[in-house]
Structure formats: C-alpha cells, structure tokens
Design a protein around this ligand. Structure first.
Ligand code: FPP
Length: 295
C-alpha cells in the first residue's frame, strides 16, 4: 500500500515535470498557455492515436498538387509529436499510410515514401533531444527497401530512449493486423505443449497485435471532419474517446491538440460500467425506499 502511494507520488512528480516542459515551450502571452493551464495533468491520456486526414483537400483549396498537402502535413506532425513529448504522454500513434493507400497514383505513393525518409532524417535530432522512442507498425516487409532501412535506422537510434513512444502506422490495416495476430496465435498454439493446451482470450490476442505492450489509445483524433475509423486500430480503440475536428491535417496545431485533450478530460469514461461519478445519490433514495441502510 505504502509502495503504491510512493509510486503514485513519483508518477505525479514525473507528470508535473513533463508538463513543465510544455509550459516552457509556450511563449509568454500565447493563448495556448491558458489551454495548457486548464489541462489536468493527473488525467492525461496515456496514448493518443491520430488519423491525419485532409492533406489532399488542403492542397486542392490552394490549387496545388496533392503532394503539396502531404508536404504541408509534416509541420503539424512535428508540433504534435513535440507537444505530446513535452506533456509526458506515453504513446502517440499516427496513421501515415494504410494498406488501402497503395490504390493511389504511383507518383503520390512514391512521394509519400520520399517524404517519410526526409521526415525521419530531419527529425532524428529532435527525437533524441526529446527522449522519444520511435516505432513503426504495419506490414513493413512490403515497404520499399530504402524506407525499411530508414525506419530500422531510426528505430535503432532511439531504442534506448524512455520518453514518448512515437509509433507510425505505415502500410497498416486493422483487419490485416488481426489476421496477422490470428496467424501467430495458431502458430503458437501448434508449437505449444499439447498436454497443457493454450488459453485463448483477449490478452492472448492483444499480445500478438503489432501494438503488444502499448496501452490502448484513450483518445482517437480524426481531422477533416470525416466520421470514419478507416480500418485504424480496430481492436485497440474499443473504449477510446473520439474527437473529430473539421480542421484539415496541414492546419492542425498545438491549440487544436490541447483542445482535444481538454475535451477528452470532460468525458465520463464508463468502460461499459456505471462510470466514475459518485453513485450514492442514485442509490440512497432506493435504499431509503427499500428500508435498507445506505452503503
Ligand atoms: C490523408 O490525407 C493523409 C495521408 C494518406 C498521408 C499522411 C501523411 C502525412 C501527414 C505527411 C507527413 C507525415 C509523415 C509521418 C512523414 P488525404 O490525402 O487522404 O486527404 P484528402 O482526404 O483530403 O484527399
């Protein structure tokens, strides 16, 4: 019990220190200071997942080629990653390329790979400075060799970092992930000691997802107003809070991220139960009516 208390104090101390990094990063007089101050550091989402959508529309509105929208999407990625690291969040998963995105014109897909390489190269110093650990999920074996090499290099260079886990979903599909998890489960079951059998439950499936070991996302943000999940983290978002904004991804900002977190903190997360609100008020009149003492 005392150990638990000490752990909680240490955790709160860590969060307060991490939030300090956010306050230090916001210039005096910036409106984001008030938003940051309104955030309860004790109720931060452990894991935020983001469907970055609207790059094409952003470009079209400016009569620019679609790839200009993707290029403009790098800035908000940088800001979002930095802010999550400064707040001391545990994980951030960004949907960068889905298994369905191969249907796009070859030139657009090629450009996305070049942008990804550019991003990883240019952001590595920032990742190291912010103690960010980089990971990637998806069917990575199907990616072009130069992308694989760049991912591996970033993974290795940040492997010992202990801050935010920046997780890029690349050639990712939620159904493909479940298929891969079931295949692993079947292989493990075959290898498993036949005498003892193997328990097949939710933990057994979670442990075989690409995200094994990560907390499930608490908050799922989608930009550009579409009310869809688009095959993203289907298993993991079972109880995530959803936040959809009309803002197109290239216009996504720290302000919008802080607003999403504030909105998340207003939600009553019930996980299928009766929630965190005190239930006495509801139960007491019933207890009175039944003539039994209230708990
Ligand atoms: C969806 O917008 C966006 C993508 C498929 C790619 C996401 C890529 C970036 C944000 C670029 C930078 C990111 C990294 C990690 C290097 P869309 O093209 O579907 O937009 P639309 O729905 O308006 O057409």
């Amino acid at each position: 019990m005392a150990g638990n208390h000490a752990f909680r104090i240490a955790l709160l101390y860590h969060i307060a220190l991490a939030m300090k990094a956010l306050f230090d990063a916001i210039p005096p007089g910036d409106a984001d200071l008030a938003l940051a101050a309104a955030i309860n550091p004790d109720r931060l989402p452990a894991h935020i997942a983001i469907i970055m959508d609207g790059n094409g529309r952003w470009a079209r509105r400016r009569n620019l080629p679609r790839v200009a929208g993707h290029r403009a999407g790098i800035g908000p990625v940088r800001v979002t990653v930095e802010t999550c690291a400064q707040m001391g969040l545990q994980a951030l998963t960004l949907y960068a390329f889905s298994v369905e995105n191969w249907k796009r014109p070859r030139t657009e897909v090629d450009m996305l790979w070049r942008l990804l390489k550019l991003y990883l190269r240019s952001e590595l110093p920032d990742m190291l400075r912010h103690d960010i650990r980089f990971t990637a999920i998806g069917r990575l074996d199907d990616l072009p060799d130069f992308v694989r090499a760049e991912l591996d290099q970033t993974l290795r260079a940040t492997a010992s970092n202990r801050g935010l886990q920046l997780n890029l979903a690349i050639n990712y599909g939620g159904r493909a992930e479940l298929v891969d998890a079931v295949k692993r489960l079947v292989e493990d079951a075959r290898r498993h000691d036949a005498e003892h059998g193997m328990r097949i439950d939710e933990d057994a499936i979670s442990a075989r997802l690409y995200t094994a070991g990560m907390p499930d996302p608490d908050l799922l943000i989608r930009t550009s107003g579409e009310m869809r999940i688009s095959n993203f983290l289907l298993w993991q978002i079972a109880y995530a809070e959803l936040y959809v904004t009309e803002t197109l991804w290239p216009d996504f900002s720290r302000t919008e991220l802080l607003r999403a977190i504030l909105d998340y903190q207003k939600r009553d997360r019930r996980f299928g139960g009766l929630g965190s609100r005190p239930s006495r008020r509801v139960e007491d009149p019933l207890a009175e009516a039944l003539g039994v003492p209230a708990r």
